[in-house]
Design a protein around this ligand. Structure first.
Ligand code: GAR
Length: 199
C-alpha cells in the first residue's frame, strides 16, 4: 500500500476528486490532507471524506522539518499538490525526491511562476488572447512551476471566453486526468520498491 498526502490551500475540489478516485483501491490510499490555511474549504471536504487534515503555518512550510515528521508519521510515500500555493521547501524535496507532483492550470512554461495561481492564470491566458489553454502536471523542484513536465492536456479558448469559462474547462481536464496520472506514477514507484525488495 502506498499512502498519498495531498497539499491544498483552498477549495480542494481536486483533492476530493482524487480521494474519490482512490476510494476502495487496495494499493493506493489518500491518507492525509495538509493545508497552509486553517479556514480552507478543503478541511470540510476532508472531514466528509473521513481523511485526517492538518494545517501548518507559512513559517512551518518554509522550514519543512515538522511537515516531514508528520508525513512520516502517516507513512506517506507520495505527495500531490492540488491548488497549493506555497513553495515546497528543501527538506521536503530531499525527503521525497521525484515523489512530489503539482498540477498547474495552464500550459507551462507559459502563464506560470510565482504568484500565478487559480483565477490569475486564467485571466493571464484570456488577456494574452490565447487560442488554447489546459493543464500541466509536473514534478516539483525548488522553483515555482519549473519541474519536469509529466503530462499536458489542452482545451480550446474561444474569443469570447471569460476567465471563469476557461477555469471551468480546465477544471474538467484536471478532474479527468490528474487521478490517472497519479495512479500510473505511484504504480511505477510501487514496482521499483518491489524490485528493490527482491534484490
Ligand atoms: C486548480 O485549478 C489548480 O490547478 C490550481 O488551483 C486550482 C485549485 O482548485 N493550482 C494552481 O494555480 C497552482 N499554481 P481546487 O482547490 O478546487 O482543487
Amino acid at each position: 500500500m502506498i499512502h498519498i498526502s495531498i497539499f491544498a490551500s483552498g477549495s480542494g475540489s481536486n483533492a476530493e476528486n482524487i480521494a474519490d478516485y482512490f476510494r476502495g483501491n487496495e494499493d493506493i490510499e489518500v491518507s492525509l490532507i495538509i493545508s497552509n490555511r486553517r479556514d480552507a474549504y478543503v478541511h470540510e471536504r476532508a472531514r466528509k471524506l473521513g481523511i485526517p487534515s492538518v494545517t501548518f503555518s507559512r513559517e512551518e512550510f518554509a522550514v519543512g522539518t515538522e511537515i516531514v515528521k508528520k508525513l512520516h508519521e502517516y507513512n506517506i510515500g507520495f505527495i500531490v499538490l492540488a491548488g497549493f500555493l506555497l513553495k515546497v521547501s528543501q527538506p521536503l524535496l530531499d525527503a521525497y525526491p521525484g515523489r512530489i507532483v503539482n498540477i498547474h492550470p495552464a500550459l507551462l512554461p507559459a502563464h506560470g511562476g510565482r504568484g500565478m495561481y487559480g483565477d490569475k492564470v486564467h485571466r493571464s491566458v484570456v488577456d494574452a488572447g490565447e487560442k488554447e489553454s489546459g493543464i500541466t502536471i509536473h514534478y516539483v523542484n525548488e522553483h515555482y512551476d519549473e519541474g519536469n513536465i509529466i503530462f499536458q492536456a489542452t482545451c480550446v479558448v474561444e474569443t469570447d471566453d471569460t476567465p471563469d469559462d476557461v477555469a471551468r474547462k480546465v477544471h474538467l481536464l484536471e478532474y479527468a486526468h490528474y487521478p490517472e496520472v497519479i495512479a500510473s506514477l505511484v504504480k511505477k514507484i510501487a514496482e521499483e520498491n518491489q524490485q528493490f525488495e527482491n534484490k
